[in-house]
Design a protein around this ligand. Structure first.
Ligand SMILES: [Fe+2]
Ligand SMILES: [Fe+2]
Length: 290
C-alpha cells in the first residue's frame, strides 16, 4: 500500500489459483499501479477516478429509482448476453476481450471443478449481465468495477485509495464520513447501500423476474465486485456477522473463477450455447424485464 493508499497488491491475490488455472502469474492480476503513459492503466484509473468522484448516497438513490423499475427493455437472457459482445470493460486491467467471452470463460472454468452444480455454471455465465446498463446511457464508471458502500467512510483497501475520492462531496459530509456513517455496527452486508453497479442491478433483476437460482448464486452475483470486503478485509465492523461470513464464503468460492479465468483460452461459444440455453430455460426462462 502506498502513501496515497494505492493498492499495488490487493487482497484478491490471497485467493491463489490452481497452478494450471491461468497462464499468467497470480501477482499480475488486478494491478492498479499508476502509469499514465500506459493506455490500459490510464483507462482503468480514469474509470475509477470518475466513479469515486461521482458516486454519492444521492447518486445511488437516483440510479436505484431509475433502474429498479425494470422498464428499460425486454429480452431473453441469451439475447441480453449476446449484447455483451460489444462491451469491453474499461475498469478491467486483466481482459481486453468482449464481456461475452469472459462470461463463457468463467462458466466453463466453474463447470470443470463443479460439474454437478448446474446453477453455478449459469451463475458464472450471467454474473456480469448487469453491464447491459452501459447500452442505455450509463457511463461505464457506474456500471463496472469494484463496489463499496456509500454513506460511510471510504475503506483503505478501495483501489486508488482516498485520493480518488477527493472530488466526491460525501467525503466531506460528517453524516457520511465516519466508520459507520448511516449504518449501525453489525448491520450486515445486505443492509449496506452499495455503489451503483452491475452486481446489485442483476441481483435485483433476478429477484424481480423470479429466477430460481439458489441463494448462494444470488450472493455471488450481488457481492462479487465488493473486493474491499471479500478480499481487502475491510468493513468487518458493519458486515462481520456469521451470516455475512457465510455470504462471503460463497462469494470467495465464485471469485477465483471470475478473476483467474480471464487469461484462459477463448471457448467455442457457438458449441456451448445449447447447454447454457438449457440452464436458462431451467432457472430464468422466457422474455424478462430489464
Ligand atoms: Fe462483474
Ligand atoms: Fe466478471
Amino acid at each position: 500500500m502506498s502513501e496515497k493508499g494505492i493498492s499495488l497488491l490487493d487482497g484478491s491475490q490471497l485467493l491463489r489459483p490452481e497452478p494450471a488455472f491461468a497462464d499468467k502469474p497470480v501477482a499480475a492480476f488486478r494491478d492498479y499501479s499508476v502509469d499514465d503513459l500506459d493506455p490500459v492503466k490510464k483507462r482503468v484509473k480514469d474509470t475509477y477516478y470518475a466513479m469515486h468522484g461521482n458516486v454519492t448516497v444521492e447518486f445511488v438513490k437516483q440510479k436505484r429509482a431509475k433502474w429498479l423499475q425494470f422498464n428499460h427493455f425486454k429480452s431473453t437472457i441469451k439475447d441480453a448476453l449476446i449484447r455483451l459482445n460489444s462491451l469491453v470493460d474499461e475498469s478491467d486491467p486483466d481482459s481486453e476481450l468482449p464481456n461475452i467471452v469472459h462470461a463463457f470463460q468463467t462458466a466453463e472454468r466453474i463447470r470443470l471443478d463443479h460439474p454437478d452444480d448446474d446453477w453455478f455454471h449459469l451463475t458464472g455465465l450471467i454474473h456480469d449481465l448487469g453491464k447491459v446498463m452501459a447500452f442505455y446511457g450509463e457511463p461505464q464508471w457506474c456500471v463496472v468495477g469494484d463496489t463499496f458502500p456509500v454513506g460511510c467512510r471510504w475503506a483503505d483497501s478501495i483501489v486508488y485509495g482516498h485520493d480518488s475520492f477527493k472530488d466526491n462531496r460525501d467525503t466531506y459530509n460528517p453524516k457520511y464520513n465516519t466508520p459507520c456513517g448511516i449504518y449501525t455496527p453489525g448491520c450486515g452486508v445486505e443492509a449496506l447501500t452499495m455503489s451503483w453497479g452491475h452486481d446489485e442491478y442483476l441481483y435485483r433483476l433476478l429477484k424481480h423476474n423470479r429466477a430460481t437460482i439458489p441463494e448462494e448464486g444470488l450472493f455471488m452475483i450481488r457481492y462479487h465486485s465488493f473486493y474491499p470486503w471479500h478480499a481487502g478485509g475491510d468493513y468487518a465492523h458493519l458486515a462481520g456477522t456469521p451470516r455475512d461470513e457465510h455470504i462471503k464464503q460463497q462469494v470467495l468460492k465464485f471469485n477465483k473463477y471470475d478473476l483467474y479465468s480471464k487469461s484462459a483460452a477463448v471457448p467455442d461459444i457457438e458449441a456451448l450455447w445449447p447447454y447454457y440455453e438449457s440452464l436458462i430455460d431451467k432457472y430464468i426462462p422466457g422474455v424478462i424485464e430489464f
